[in-house]
Design a protein around this ligand. Structure first.
Ligand code: UDX
Length: 448
């Protein structure tokens, strides 16, 4: 099939490359000419595992093309994906301005029946608005349909998530468009991937509900971790024992400094806003947002609890990205934590395997940028792990102790066990494993 993908950002590029790999002829369109120039040379403007080889091989096979203008690519295409940004507005709602602009522009190129697929995360009801905008801008009476096809791609695993998804969701009111979409995803349907056909609003809601549920799982386990610290329980054992119940599942039960990234914070806020605007208060989602903010604040209090007054004290921070294997700092808990530590007068030394360049853009000369964990630890009163990078899972504690001002490890991702760290003379703090740090454990048995 001939397909156009408008927007060569993270989602658009993965979609274009994977659809070409399914055997379709795909044109990726983006108005950013420097991006298109890179892509034409076979270079991906973003770092995403497995993406560059996929772009190269499909470009060589002449199944993947890139261009800056909508013509040709769009007028030849049977299916046009819209995958442009929907940043958050001040009230948390997703801003659909770019989606609507693209819809108006592409209407000019609809000369015969086309299916317009929205991949961008948009407020529920936006697909119908896309339909209206296109209809208003058509130059002739032509038939077209609009489909909502939400993406569930995780950064760092996006190619695999596209090629082996847990499910594909296709929302449209048109049986004709459903037929076209089942040809687009024939490769996945053949593999037996669950393929859900539904209406527009349902597909749009699935995206928000899925992300909000996952965010809830994280906020819930973080809250349980906080309780564990007080009652004398171990969150890792609680989480594992809970997760072995198949109805709960083991994934997304790692307690930590709070969720970040380009999706969960934005999508939970947008969903809460949709609830408010619809007169249906989504109290759980609202609470998850507050709980996640409070978790970051709690991490700052934890650090202050271990180190005391921070004025003039040196702290080492390991990990800035919102999760490992990315340089993405968007909504990373590290940003809030560092802002608060700086405000309290601490001198911050930082290291992240990928995100240093991004961090320099944000923090400029307010931080000391280091080359590895040991350099970061030099002269530090405490070392704080914020991102669960593989490289931080096997630190040499003897070496760290030698360079630190005092041996204190604050492990906000529970990468270590207390015994492992304490045997090297370290004071150790974590998230949700009681009895460490400076807390007083209540004796629950006495009150009984
Ligand atoms: C997420 C969704 O997983 C994906 O389906 C959606 O399309 C986009 O948002 P992503 O933002 O790439 O993907 O990251 P993910 O791996 O889901 O992690 C999100 C955040 O939650 C990270 O900050 C991570 O550290 C945190 N997290 C995740 C936890 O704190 N604990 C967990 O157990 C899991």
């Amino acid at each position: 099939m001939k397909i156009a993908v408008i927007g060569c950002g993270y989602v658009g590029l993965v979609t274009a490359a994977c659809l070409a790999d399914f055997g379709h002829t795909v044109t990726g369109v983006d108005h950013d000419s420097s991006k298109i120039a890179l892509l034409k040379q076979g270079t991906s403007p973003i770092y995403e595992k497995d993406l560059t080889p996929l772009i190269r091989v499909n470009t060589q096979r002449r199944r993947l093309f890139f261009q800056t203008s909508l013509d040709h690519g769009v007028d030849d295409a049977e299916v046009v994906f819209i995958a442009v940004g929907t940043p958050a507005l001040d009230n948390g709602a997703a801003d659909t301005a770019q989606v609507m602009t693209v819809a108006a522009e592409l209407a000019k190129y609809i000369k015969d029946y086309k299916v317009i697929v929205n991949k961008s995360t948009v407020p529920i009801g936006a697909a119908k608005q896309v339909r209206k905008v296109i209809r208003d801008h058509l130059e002739a009476e032509v038939e077209f349909d609009v489909v909502s096809n939400p993406e569930f791609l995780r950064e760092g695993r996006a190619v695999k998530d596209f090629q082996e998804p847990d499910r594909v969701v296709i929302g449209t009111d048109s049986p004709r468009a459903q037929k076209v979409m089942s040809r687009v995803y024939a490769a996945l349907i053949k593999k037996g991937i669950p393929y859900i056909q539904t209406n527009l609003e349902t597909a749009e809601t699935v995206k928000y509900a899925s992300n909000a549920f996952l965010a809830t799982k994280i906020a819930f386990i973080n809250e349980m971790a906080n309780l564990c610290e007080t009652v004398g329980a171990d969150i890792r054992t609680v989480a594992r024992s809970m997760g072995l119940d198949h109805r709960i599942g083991l994934q997304f039960l790692n307690a930590g400094p709070g969720y970040g990234g380009s999706c969960f914070p934005k999508d939970t806020k947008a969903l809460a806003q949709i609830g408010r605007a619809s007169g249906v208060p989504l109290t759980i989602v609202e609470t998850v947002i507050t709980a996640n903010e409070e978790q970051k604040a709690r991490m700052v209090r934890k650090i202050k609890g271990m180190v005391g007054a921070l004025q003039g004290k040196t702290l080492g921070i390991l990990g800035l990205a919102f999760k490992p294997d990315t340089d993405d700092l968007r909504e990373s808990p590290a940003l809030t934590i560092i802002d608060n530590l700086l405000a309290a007068g601490a001198i911050i030394r930082v290291y992240d395997p990928q995100a240093m360049a991004e961090a320099k853009k944000i923090f400029k000369e307010t931080l000391v940028y280091c080359t590895d964990p040991y350099n970061t630890a030099e002269g530090a009163e405490a070392l704080v792990i914020i991102t669960d990078w593989e490289a931080f899972k096997s630190l040499d504690f003897i070496r760290l102790r030698k360079v630190m001002a005092s041996p204190v490890l604050i492990d906000l991702r529970n990468l270590y066990t207390p015994a492992e760290v304490e045997q090297y003379g370290f004071k150790y703090e974590n998230v949700g494993r009681a009895g460490y740090g400076d807390r007083n454990l209540p004796d629950l048995h006495k009150s009984g």
